[in-house]
Design a protein around this ligand. Structure first.
Ligand SMILES: Nc1ncnc2c1ncn2[C@@H]1O[C@H](COP(=O)(O)OP(=O)(O)OP(=O)(O)O)[C@@H](O)[C@H]1O
Ligand SMILES: [Mg+2]
Length: 293
């Protein structure tokens, strides 16, 4: 017979465990991961190049880094890192494997949770699917120092749910007017769903500093004028053949050619101080779950 007396329930009750965990988190807030999203309006601006290099550079510093490739359907972080994962987020979302089974190890011990290629189920997830996935990913927050989330281009439902929960976001844009305009639309939307969100902007693949500065001024002026606020400018990464060569070599440029202009610029972005302070009081995936409701 099953014993359901209050005493036996108390014995089995996980409440003590929860309280212990909360106490541990209060005493040592470093026990949950900092979470930073990487997004863009327009596609192909360089999110995955930035995400993979950031992941390597922060892992090189000794942090336990998890890179989640949320560009479900068209993921390619594994290619940029020279990895061939057997499972991906799609398998996790379908409950076929646990996140731990899907995670693979990359340079300097960084971990990758791949988005998978051609898995369209996750490209347009339903609320239930996202809910299941966020629940499955929640325990990872206790196992890493930093979780980087590489988003698909644009403002899809999954990206919006992440933006609503995030404290820190990096928007990657190019200097062209189309990329700037899409980045502005993303920034505006992000501010709407989450006025607290701290946004940093990276201008990637720019021909020269003057062009990047002009693009930034344009963006900043429009933001100030129409939104009464502006993101933080955090870096300029030049158009560099070293990046193209590193993509071909399936090794991030910070490892393939660390002395190149682009690698040095990426290292500068990796030192952005907000990355060190991007922890929220409530765990990220709990906030993300709430954002779905
Ligand atoms: N700084 C750079 N210099 C030269 N080439 C670059 C640079 N950054 C990115 N690229 C090139 O642009 C391509 C696209 O970059 P990446 O895959 O990072 O874009 P993305 O924003 O992740 O694209 P998507 O929206 O499809 O996810 C890379 O394969 C690389 O060849
Ligand atoms: Mg990408």
């Amino acid at each position: 017979m099953i014993d359901i007396s209050p005493l036996s329930l108390l014995r089995r009750n996980p409440l003590k465990k929860v309280l212990d965990t909360e106490r541990r988190m209060r005493e040592n807030p470093a026990s949950t991961a900092r979470v930073v999203g990487i997004a863009s309006g327009k596609g192909g601006t360089g999110k995955s190049v930035l995400s993979t290099n950031l992941a390597v550079l922060r892992a090189q510093k000794g942090e336990r880094v998890l890179l989640v490739d949320f560009d479900a359907g068209l993921a390619n972080d594994h290619l940029l890192l020279g990895l061939a994962p057997q499972y991906d987020l799609g398998h996790v979302a379908e409950g076929q494997v646990s996140p731990a089974q899907a995670i693979v190890e990359g340079p300097h011990g960084l971990k990758l949770l791949s988005g998978g290629v051609g898995r369209h189920g996750l490209a347009n997830p339903t609320r239930r699917e996202l809910e299941r996935l966020f629940r499955a990913l929640r325990p990872l927050e206790d196992q890493f120092d930093l979780i980087l989330i590489d988003h698909g281009a644009g403002i899809g439902y999954a990206t919006l749910a992440h933006l609503a929960a995030a404290t820190t976001l990096i928007v990657v844009t190019n200097h062209e007017i189309t990329a700037l305009s899409d980045a502005y639309a993303l920034y505006k939307r992000a501010r709407m769903v989450n006025p607290e969100l701290h946004v940093g902007m990276v201008f990637n693949r720019v021909p020269d500093t003057a062009t990047a500065d002009a693009a930034w001024q344009r963006f900043r002026d429009a933001s100030r004028r129409f939104l009464g606020t502006q993101p933080e400018h955090i870096g300029i990464v030049p158009a560099d053949s070293a990046v193209t060569a590193s993509v071909d070599a399936r090794t991030p440029v910070c490892l393939h050619n660390p002395g190149s202009w682009s690698a040095r610029a990426l290292a500068e972005v990796a030192r952005w101080n907000r990355i060190d302070t991007s922890r929220s009081v409530t765990p990220f995936y709990e906030r993300a779950l709430r954002a779905l409701r």
